[in-house]
Design a protein around this ligand. Structure first.
Ligand SMILES: [Zn+2]
Length: 89
């Protein structure tokens, strides 16, 4: 299994109505799939999503680490401000 380190989410990236998956049990990944990558916390290296397909790790998938409370997103996604109502550009 290849481990990919995630990155910390920038505050402006989180949509107003967006949810974040929370790792309740630091000993268990939040997601478990059938893909080829493990996704690890940017801060402490804990695996948060196991055996994931990279296509699944979109901007909507944000995971709060159960150990260090860092909110993570896949590192291959560029920092991009979330769309907010009534704001242009
Ligand atoms: Zn962590």
């Amino acid at each position: 299994m290849t481990v990919r380190t995630m990155r910390e989410v920038a505050p402006e990236e989180i949509p107003v109505d967006g949810g974040t998956a929370v790792q309740e049990d630091p000993g268990r990944p939040v997601f478990r799939g059938n893909g080829e990558f493990d996704y690890a916390c940017a801060s402490c290296g804990k695996v948060l999503a196991s055996a994931m397909d990279s296509a699944y790790m979109t901007r909507r998938v944000r995971i709060r680490c159960g150990r260090c409370r860092t909110v993570n997103i896949a590192a291959e996604l560029s920092v991009q401000a979330a769309r907010r109502p009534r704001r242009m550009g």
